[in-house]
Each structure stands twice: as C-alpha cells, then as structure tokens.
Design a protein around this ligand. Structure first.
Ligand SMILES: Nc1nc2c(ncn2[C@@H]2O[C@H](COP(=O)(O)OP(=O)(O)OP(=O)(O)O)[C@@H](O)[C@H]2O)c(=O)[nH]1
Ligand SMILES: [Mg+2]
Length: 500
C-alpha cells in the first residue's frame, strides 16, 4: 500500500510551514523558480557541451589546389613543420633520399646539356643517352658560340656516369609510382623533362612510399633481409655521391658549362628541386637534411594524398562566449586533428579535385606568379599564368564551393623578384600589363587585382577575397602567414560545425 503524503518524511521536510504567511509563500516560490531555472540552465549547457564535443571531434579539412609546381606540397610541408613536428622528424631521413635524387637529376641535366653541345661541335647528331634535352632547342645556329671543350669535360662524362645507374635504381626502388605526364590535348607538346620527373602514388601522404626509403627502425615490420638491403642501398647511394662530390662541383663551377647555360637561357637554379649549389654539404658522409632542404625537395604528387596530423600546437584564436571558452580549451590545447588533401596539379590529375569539394572547410589555392613567361610542361602551348587564371575561375565559379572559404596564395614571389631583376618584361608576355612599371610590387599588385576581379565576377555568391603573397620555401615568413591562415581555417571550421 502506498504511503499517504503526510507519512513521507521527505514530503514532510519539503512541505511549506503550516503557518506560512502570504509574503513568505511568495518569496519561497520565487526562490524555487530561480533554483529550477539555474538547474535547467546547467542541463542545457551540459547538453550543448556534449554536442559541441561531438562536433569538435570532426577533423579540420583543408584542400590544396593549384597547377603543378605551384607549391601545394611545399605549403603542406610548412604546415607539418609548424604544427606536426613529430611527423616531420620521422620523415627527415626519407627526404634525404629524395634530395639525393633531385641532386642527381640536376647533375645529369647539366651533364646532358654539356654533352649535347659537345656532340654538336663534333657533328655527332646520333648522340645517345641524353635524357633531359629537347631536340628542337638544339639545332646549332650562327649565334652558337664556339666553346673550348677540353679533356676535363670528357673525363667528367665518364666519372659521373655511375650517377645514371643510381638514378635508375632509385626510381625502381620507389616503385610503380613513376608516371608519364599525359596531356588531354592530342596536339599538345609535352616537356620531356617533366614526362620523366617522377612522383609517388601514395594515398596516405608520403608514408607508404617513404617506407621504401627509410633506414631500418626498431619497430619496423618488414622482414630482416629487406631492412638490411634497404640500409645497405642507402649507404651505397651516399657513398657514390660522396665519391662524385668533386666532379659534381667541377661540373657546376665549370666556366664552359656556365657559358652554355647562360647562352641557352637555362636558369636551372630556379627549377624545382635544385641542389647543385649545396653539393659540398649534401655529398658528405653523415648528411642530414635541414628543414629548408626538405621544403625545397621536389617530389611530384600523383593522384590525391591525404595527410592526417594532430596539431601539436594550437593557434592563437581568442573566443569570448562561455561555450567558446570550453571550445578554446579543446582547440588551443593539443590534439585537434587536421586532414589536408594534397592533389596532383597536372592537367590529367585535375578531374578528381571536384570529388573533395563538398567536404572541406577551406581551400588554399596556389598560383605561382613568377610563371608569367613560362609554358605548362604538360602542354607547351599554354601560358602558365593563363592556366592559373583559368583554374581560379573554375574553382571560384563552382556552385559546390559557393560557401566554401578560399584562401589564395600568390606564390613564388622570390622567383618573380629574381626574374624581374634579370630584366624579363611582363608586358612581353601579358600584353594587358601595358606600360606599367616593371617592378616587383607593381607586378604583384597587378596580378592580385586580376585574381580579385575574377573572384568577384564569377563567384555564385559574394565572397571575401583572402590573399597572401608567399614564397613558401621561406619557412620563417611562411610560418607567420600560416598562423593567420590557421586561425581563419579554424574559425570557418567552427562556423561550419555550428559552433560559433
Ligand atoms: N623558389 C621557390 N620555390 C618554390 C616555392 N614554392 C615551391 N617551390 C618549389 O617548387 C617546387 C614545386 O613545388 P611543389 O610544392 O612540389 O609543387 P606542387 O604544387 O605540389 O606540384 P604537383 O605535385 O606537381 O602538383 C618544389 O621544389 C618547391 O620547393 C617558392 O615560393 N619559391
Ligand atoms: Mg605536390
């Protein structure tokens, strides 16, 4: 049988006093209502925090877009360098092999330029073994200077020959990722140099590819003999490079070689993965790449690479609401997961980009503004800056990206500056530039205004124009840019997750 209200000790305690006055009753009811309100507020806050913490688990997603060699992977490396030092340190030794590869390619390129010129002098047109020079550029003309070749040059050819085998072996070791750069245009002319430039297909960032390059580690799961062989191969490459050090230096410092490169206007110092000025350091036993070496190392992206990392350091975002204080704790503390998608930028790689459009917080679009006088390597009929404008146009006009934050990096400002200093005139390649001053700041502003205009004209909805002038191989300056960009990306991420 249930108890009557008068028997329940709690009901008795909670019951109002029998002789309660009307004023006391009113005060009691007010206090009870206030207590209920506070309790409801706390429940609501806890509910919000539960939802928020669930949403906070969603990673921040960033997509890097831009034509090939625009600096997407180099930007990604800067993010890792700043915010994911652990991954950065882990990959350092594998990058060393990529740097060896870049250096060997530089040497073979210069060697081929030299040999081709020597063969022209000998009237030997059937010279074989030249991989990096295009036939059409090499017809002798009345303007071709007469170079003073000596036995030294012939000897360099012989002494540097082992590097060709090392290059082939290394490419083999990196596996089937080596791919030709196909073009979509049937009549397009492809730059042979890029057609041979290798990249790695690896969905999980550089990780699986780098497994083949890393020296053995304690926790390695690969069988012992494979690890041993990998270790030996790494030593062998380093040994061969150390053995070729003086010859590589002699080749690069050679006055005739420099004359040929100047005459051919081959500014190979500006090309991706250029390390010939660092031979002394790199071809030394015990060489460890520094941060800047890794940023400059060139490894073409094939397909899409997904780089996940957990922010080891938070940004500087200051939020003010009470819920935001809780979020601040999560954001600014360690542990926020970021996923960055780094895509291949060649024309044939671009078809897959759109499949990432609906699920990213921010796009960082890179355009190398130094390339106003260059042609696309995969289609030598197309001006690179024009291609970049066209890409920007299609990204800005995409209805799927109408509400997506897009941040533009006008990159390679260092190379732009060098090029203009050399006397290259923008108006010779971009007629609309007219008779404006041919200096770096005028040119930068001019290109910027063009990108801004396109964004304004073609975006389905008005969008803010976020732009940064960058030279992403400058890690210090890029760190400052990234801290601004990171805050903006986090803010957008929170807004997308309805947390702001
Ligand atoms: N001097 C200079 N070199 C740069 C700059 N940005 C990138 N590079 C170099 O240019 C080369 C190409 O850069 P990547 O980051 O590999 O280009 P990407 O856009 O990822 O190219 P794909 O993977 O082919 O799509 C690398 O060797 C970079 O180190 C820059 O601002 N200045
Ligand atoms: Mg890349």
């Amino acid at each position: 049988m249930g108890r009557s209200g008068s028997d329940d000790p709690f009901a008795l305690i909670l019951a109002p006093p029998r002789d309660e006055t009307p004023e006391a009753k009113e005060a009691r009811e007010r206090a009870e209502a206030e207590a209920r309100r506070v309790s409801d507020d706390i429940d609501e806050q806890l509910r919000q925090e539960r939802i928020a913490s669930k949403k906070m688990k969603k990673p921040v997603k960033v997509l890097l877009l831009g034509q090939s060699e625009s600096g997407k992977s180099a930007t990604l490396k800067n993010f890792q360098l700043q915010y994911a030092r652990h991954e950065w340190a882990e990959d350092r030794t594998a990058w060393r092999t990529v740097i060896f590869l870049n250096l060997i390619r530089n040497v073979i390129h210069v060697l081929d330029v030299l040999l081709r010129e020597m063969s022209l002098l000998d009237g030997d047109k059937s010279f074989v073994g030249l991989e990096y020079t295009s036939d059409s550029d090499w017809e002798p003309s009345s303007h071709t200077p007469v170079y003073s070749f000596t036995d030294k040059h012939r000897l360099l050819k012989l002494r540097l020959a082992p590097l060709r085998r090392v290059l082939t072996d290394l490419e083999k070791r990196l596996g089937p990722g080596t791919q030709e750069v196909y073009t979509t245009a049937p009549t397009a002319q492809v730059d042979k140099d890029q057609a041979r430039e290798f990249g790695i297909i690896s969905r999980n960032g550089w990780k699986s590819a780098f497994e083949k390059l890393r020296p053995a580690r304690k926790d390695d799961s690969a069988p012992e003999p494979i690890l041993k062989r990998r270790e030996e191969e790494n030593y062998q490459i380093a040994d061969i490079l150390v053995g070729c050090k003086d010859d590589m230096k002699n080749l690069w410092d050679d006055i005739v070689v420099q004359q040929i490169l100047t005459h051919r206007k081959a500014h190979i110092e500006d090309s991706p993965g250029f390390f010939l000025n660092d031979v002394g350091r790199i071809a030394s036993s015990g060489y460890e790449p520094c941060d800047n070496d890794i940023i400059r190392a060139r490894l073409r992206t094939v397909g899409v690479q997904e780089h996940k990392f957990v922010m080891e350091e938070g940004g500087l975002m200051i939020l003010t609401t009470s819920l935001a204080k809780m979020l601040n704790h999560v954001i600014l503390g360690q542990g926020k997961e970021w996923v960055m998608y780094d895509v291949g930028g060649t024309r044939s790689s671009r078809a897959v980009w759109a499949s990432f459009f609906d699920d990213v917080d921010t796009i960082i679009f890179l355009s190398p503004i130094s390339c106003f006088d260059e042609k696309l390597r995969e289609d030598l009929r197309v001006n690179r800056l024009e291609d970049s404008y066209q890409l920007w146009r299609s990204v800005c006009s995409s209805p799927m990206l109408a509400k997506t934050q897009i941040i533009l990096f006008l990159n390679k400002c260092d190379l732009l500056h060098r090029k203009l200093k050399r006397g290259v005139r923008v108006s010779d390649f971009i007629p609309s530039f007219g008779d404006r001053k041919n200096d770096t700041s005028t040119v930068m502003k001019y290109f910027q205004s063009h990108f801004k205009e396109i964004s304004k004209l073609v975006s389905p909805e008005p969008r803010p124009f976020f732009v940064h002038f960058t030279s992403v191989i400058d890690t210090k300056a890029t760190a400052a840019t990234l801290s601004v960009v990171e805050e903006s990306i986090l803010r957008t991420h929170l807004r997308n997750a309805d947390l702001l």
